[in-house]
Ligand binder design. Structure first.
Ligand code: NAD
Length: 486
């Protein structure tokens, strides 16, 4: 059954005033998941006005009360995890188990920030003057533009919206137009949990709608997650207008399997890093560096495992990997694989489009491993955002670290070794925002900083206490008593 796609502005749900948008099931594109009017410029204006009108009242609401709304929403999200996880699988294409896991993750994030009122709210410094203390207090920014990608349709929005709200901001949120149903679910949970009208506004539209939001005069800050090109454009535009931006962008994340690794563990984790969520994670493993001593053995076991990966409808429990998000994505990824082969890469597994049957009808890409002739190949540098792993060999750990750092990106990496000295070298040498030692390159907890080094990210990190840096500004208060001699 097709869901009605509606916008949430000033506490009211209604269809947008632009042309109809529809989200499709990427495993069966003939099936429409949600459909309804997209957001027009007038809807964006109304959403920003509603958020501005609600800002003062929400900022003055005690943080514990704001947090209570998030906690109630977390319970609602958890209660609906099975149903919404299935919808997520149908709309985005990750497996049902991953969909349910993502919905539960969203609840966990809401819960983490729901308890923010119990944590430290500012700092006190000693003053060099008698009778004075110096306080650093935190205040909300105002209206935050939240722009989110398709690949975590509820968890990424939760990790932006929850801190924005708990620190007293109001929000205008535009999700990717391919995943409106899950966006509506999160907004429904927050409104049912008691969020006042206008505090969260959901406008669902295309890139043009996103441009209108981030360029709107009423916006106080922009938090964006998505592709590098778009993030940089948003960053440049916002900087020119003096608007703070937090942008989490692309990655080309390496897994390094060193001679002394536990190869069974490394194999299992590299498979998860490269192919879970169909490789559509910013932290997915898209480069693999293996040292010469174990390369033959590891690559042959990897190719065998990839050949047996169960690809199919993500709502079927036997499926290990679903489709990519769209026909355009499938085409771009297939072109990237073809270009790698043309540049001398050898296909170790996959590599060919599905020619017939349901996998050809849906937006499926075969899980693919290519070994490169040279790291000058485009596939070593550019994110394909699909189930494709580019492999190269290194003589030793030091060369492997150098190859891992050979990227303009620095989001995440995974290193597999049983040698503590090597692990410590990896911690020191790998220029990434997130490093996993003996676990896959993806995976992030809500209470610790998340974000990229180098050109993967702009502005303060996300999640944990790091989020406070972005969603608040400080007021440094020089505080003295008013009575003479006091
Ligand atoms: P995308 O950049 O195409 O879209 C992201 C969002 O930006 C969508 O809501 C889109 O409609 C909107 N948008 C597009 N053009 C815009 C514009 N000119 N102005 C304002 N908004 C605009 O990304 P995507 O395809 O949805 O997601 C995949 C990308 O996201 C990958 O590159 C991936 O690495 C990245 N990503 C990064 C992280 C991270 O934390 N670093 C996490 C998830 C995804």
């Amino acid at each position: 059954m097709t869901a009605r796609l509606e916008q949430l502005v000033a506490g009211r749900w209604s269809p947008g005033r632009a042309d109809a948008l529809r989200s499709l099931n990427p495993a069966r594109p003939a099936s429409v998941v949600a459909e309804g009017g997209g957001a027009a410029p007038a809807d964006v204006d109304a959403a920003v006005e509603a958020a501005a009108a609600a800002a003062r009242g929400w900022a003055r609401t005690p943080m514990h009360q704001r947090g209570a709304v998030l906690l109630a929403a977390a319970d609602l999200v958890d209660r609906n995890a099975e149903a919404w996880g299935l919808e997520l699988a149908a709309e985005e294409g990750k497996t049902r188990a991953e969909g349910v896991g993502e919905v539960r993750r969203a609840a966990q994030i809401l819960r983490y920030y729901g308890n923010e009122g119990d944590r430290q709210a500012g700092e006190i410094f000693a003053s060099p003057r008698a009778g004075e203390q110096i306080l650093v207090t935190r205040k909300p920014i105002g209206v935050i533009a939240v722009i989110t990608p398709f690949n975590f349709p509820i968890a990424i929005p939760a990790w932006k919206i929850a801190p924005a709200l708990v620190y007293g901001n109001t929000v205008v949120w535009k999700p990717a137009s391919t995943v409106p149903l899950l966006a509506m679910r999160l907004a429904q949970a927050l409104t049912a949990a008691g969020l006042p009208p206008g505090v969260l506004n959901l406008v669902i539209g295309d890139a043009e709608c996103g441009t209108a939001i981030v360029g709107h005069d009423g916006i106080g800050a922009v938090t964006f997650t998505g592709s590098t090109g778009v993030g940089r454009r948003i960053g440049a535009g916002a900087a020119a207008r003096g608007v703070p931006v937090q942008a989490e962008m692309g990655g080309k994340n390496a897994a390094l399997v060193l001679d002394d690794a536990d190869l069974d563990l490394a194999l299992e984790q590299v498979m998860l890093g490269a192919f879970r969520s169909t490789g559509q994670k910013c932290t997915a493993t898209s480069r693999l560096i293996v040292t010469d001593g174990i390369a033959e053995r590891f690559l042959s076991a990897l190719a065998d495992r990839v050949h047996t990966l169960a690809v199919g409808d993500p709502t079927d429990d036997a499926t290990e990997m679903g489709p990519v998000i769209s026909g355009t994505a499938r085409q771009a990824i297939s072109a990237g694989i073809a270009a790698a082969v043309a540049q001398g890469a050898t296909v170790l597994a996959g590599g060919r489009p599905y020619a017939e049957g349901p996998l050809a009808e849906g937006y499926f890409v075969a899980p693919t491993v290519v070994e490169l002739a040279s790291t000058a190949a485009d596939i070593w540098r550019y994110e394909l955002f699909g189930p494709v792993l580019a492999v190269t060999r290194a003589a030793d750990a030091e060369q492997a670290f150098g190859l891992a750092n050979d990227s303009e990106f620095g989001l995440s990496a995974a290193v597999f070794t049983q040698d503590l000295t090597r692990a410590l070298e990896a911690v020191e040498h790998l220029d990434v925002g997130v490093l996993h030692v003996n676990s896959e390159s993806a995976g992030a907890d809500p209470h610790v900083p998340f974000g990229g080094a180098k050109k993967s990210g702009l502005g303060p990190k996300e999640q944990g206490a790091a989020a406070r840096e972005f969603f608040t500004h400080t007021t440094t208060v020089y505080l003295r008593g008013g009575r003479p001699g006091a």
